[in-house]
Design a protein around this ligand. Structure first.
Ligand code: C5J
Length: 221
């Protein structure tokens, strides 16, 4: 067992063989100009600070032999898996499926839908394509983790209050113990980043635990 004493609200213990590093939606569509995040009026620079610590954590996790799972939010080219409520919401400059500088917005197979170069999955690392915010909804993630006897998740990615939160809540309800790495999750809104992390660790860890990636790297073999 490895233990992160500095985790809040209390120490977090995990076993390498039953833990996965989950990397949520580190896609160009959220982290680079011209994508879905920018089309909603967001400053993508707010998310880009996660790339360097996450790349270091990814390298450490791979070296330690941890299971690594990536996710991508996006839709089929015919949008048949995109509910109208999602497609028509708000007033983005480009909607899901529209042509943007990185290809069609949030469409599987397009350049913008893929993961940023710095965090590219290695061959053999599962990549879960998901149509929703939560990584468990309409995907094979739960089955994949169950098959590998994984019950602890080190959670990273974007955005903190949307896909990270939704996934952590889904995971918590399914019995997974989630440690969210604060420096490896990002929000377009600094106040949501702070409150989003506080909400996870509040009330005795109502959804999980929070720590820094350096805390994990310090205990990995
Ligand atoms: C959003 C996500 N923010 N990956 N998606 O729409 O958090």
């Amino acid at each position: 067992m490895l233990t992160i004493a500095a985790a809040r609200p209390a120490a977090y213990s995990f076993d390498l063989s039953t833990t996965a590093l989950l990397v949520i939606d580190m896609q160009r569509d959220f982290l680079e100009p011209g994508g879905f995040g920018a089309s909603l009026g967001n400053d993508v620079e707010q998310l880009r600070r996660t790339i360097t610590p996450l790349a270091a954590l990814l390298a450490g996790a791979r070296a330690a032999g941890l299971t690594v799972v990536h996710t991508r939010e996006g839709h089929l080219p015919d949008l048949s898996d995109c509910p109208p409520a999602k497609l028509h919401r708000g007033a983005p400059s480009l909607r899901i499926g529209d042509a943007g500088p990185n290809g069609r917005i949030l469409i599987r197979g397009e350049y913008g839908h893929d993961i940023v170069d710095e965090l590219a999955p290695l061959p053999g690392e599962p990549v879960i394509d998901k149509p929703g915010k939560g990584a468990f909804y309409a995907t094979g993630l739960d089955a994949l983790l169950t098959e590998r006897n994984i019950h602890s998740l080190l959670v990273t990615g974007v955005t903190t209050e949307v896909c990270v939160h939704t996934t952590v809540r889904e995971a918590n309800d399914r019995g997974y113990e989630c440690l969210v790495l604060a420096d490896c999750v990002g929000s377009y809104f600094p106040e949501f980043q702070r409150v989003g992390l506080d909400m996870i660790a509040a009330q005795g860890g109502i959804f999980g635990w929070v720590a820094e990636s350096t805390d994990v790297l310090a205990v990995l073999p």
